[in-house]
Design a protein around this ligand. Structure first.
Ligand code: 4NP
Length: 153
């Protein structure tokens, strides 16, 4: 799960996906990172922690890191929050196969009306619930897809 700072959107995406994988008993390694390095080592934004808690998730122990080229070796799917993150992560991909792992997370939502999870950093508290709801819907769609793939094997 990748955004710009790894303190607002992607930590929430990480924990939502982890919770859904646990709930559905699907072994999944989930992590998040930022394309920028401004907040490396920091806990998520206080507003993001507060809003996640309101929705039953604790993200306070997560720490920000910057995406690295090695992430392409470790992960099968790399979900980006917005078009800018998508372009930056694609530019880092060492091969076309690796680039194919990169997706806009909202592209997983059927009939999605928006392409990007809006950056809530410079806005108010309500932006964090919009982010949560969008990511919850996208992660649910991803989990259903993984479950279907497992059933087909
Ligand atoms: P995020 O939000 O990419 O969802 O973590 C941001 C966090 C920090 C900054 C921008 C966006 N910043 O400019 O420091």
């Amino acid at each position: 799960m990748v955004c710009l700072g790894n303190i607002c959107r992607s930590p929430v995406a990480e924990e939502i996906m982890r919770a859904k994988a646990t709930h559905h008993n699907i072994p999944l390694q989930v992590d998040s990172a930022g394309t920028g390095g401004y907040h490396i080592g920091e806990a998520p934004d206080a507003r993001s922690i507060r809003n996640a808690k309101k929705n039953g998730l604790d993200i306070s122990n997560l720490r920000a890191r910057k995406i690295s080229v090695h992430d392409f070796e470790h992960f099968d799917w790399i979900y980006t929050m917005d078009e800018s993150n998508y372009q930056d992560v694609c530019a880092l991909a060492p091969s076309s196969q690796n680039k194919a792992k990169v997706k806009l997370i909202l592209s997983e939502v059927k009939n999605n009306t928006i392409q990007s999870v809006p950056d809530p950093y410079f806005g108010g508290e309500q932006g964090f619930q919009i982010v949560f709801d969008l990511l919850n819907e996208a992660c649910e769609a991803i989990i259903i897809k993984i479950k279907q793939q497992k059933e087909e094997i």
